[in-house]
Design a protein around this ligand. Structure first.
Ligand code: S3P
Length: 183
């Protein structure tokens, strides 16, 4: 079976779902941001602040390329990795692309008080809402490229992982589906 690549906005559950999903499928789990942090001995927030976003994006692209070449792996991407066409090409080559989405309220609640999300740091509540809405709007076209999409707003990570595992095991075709069309 192909890798399973989790894409989607910050706070949609890619890391927590990915770990559970990997266990269910008997796959390894790789989180692109975590690998970057380990390799560069720096948090993503520090990398943004000290080196700038474009530096982070080039490091992210190199890491995507490396991890995309693995086999039998659930790969969790950072929320912005999809905006780079080369990233998507590499990930799709050997992977089924699954998008996790969530409504703005869930995203806000799940990213609240988190100091390792540089794009949402140091903002008022109102500014955070605006920033999330803006980023969601500019990234919608990329998230829509997924083979399968699950809305995680009302689901636990276990429920989401179950849903994706069923999809992976039952669907050999790579057609575009939403979870509510697949049940
Ligand atoms: C980003 C999302 C983050 C991380 C970085 C940039 C984004 O990952 O890669 O802060 O551009 O949306 P998560 O989606 O895992 O929070």
């Amino acid at each position: 079976m192909k890798n399973v690549v989790l894409i989607g906005f910050m706070g949609t559950g890619k890391t927590s779902v990915g770990k559970i999903l990997a266990g269910k499928l008997g796959f390894a789990f790789a989180d692109i941001d975590k690998k970057i942090e380990e390799e560069y001995s720096m948090t993503i927030a520090d990398m943004f602040i000290n080196k700038g976003e474009s530096y982070f994006r080039s490091v992210e692209q190199q890491m995507v390329k490396r991890l995309a070449a693995r086999k039998n792996t659930v790969i969790a991407t950072g929320g912005g990795a999809v905006a780079n066409a080369e990233n998507m090409k590499a990930l799709r080559e050997n992977g089924l692309i699954v998008c996790l989405k969530a409504n703005v309220d869930s995203i806000k609640a799940r990213t609240e008080g988190n100091d390792n999300r540089p794009l949402l740091m140091a903002l008022t509540d109102e500014e955070r809402t605006k920033k999330i809405e803006e980023l969601l709007a500019t990234r919608a076209e990329f998230y829509e490229q997924a083979d399968y999409t699950v809305d995680t707003s009302e689901l636990s990570p276990m429920q989401v992982a179950d849903d994706i595992a069923r999809f992976c095991l039952k669907n050999k075709n790579r057609r575009k589906t939403n979870s509510n069309e697949n049940s």
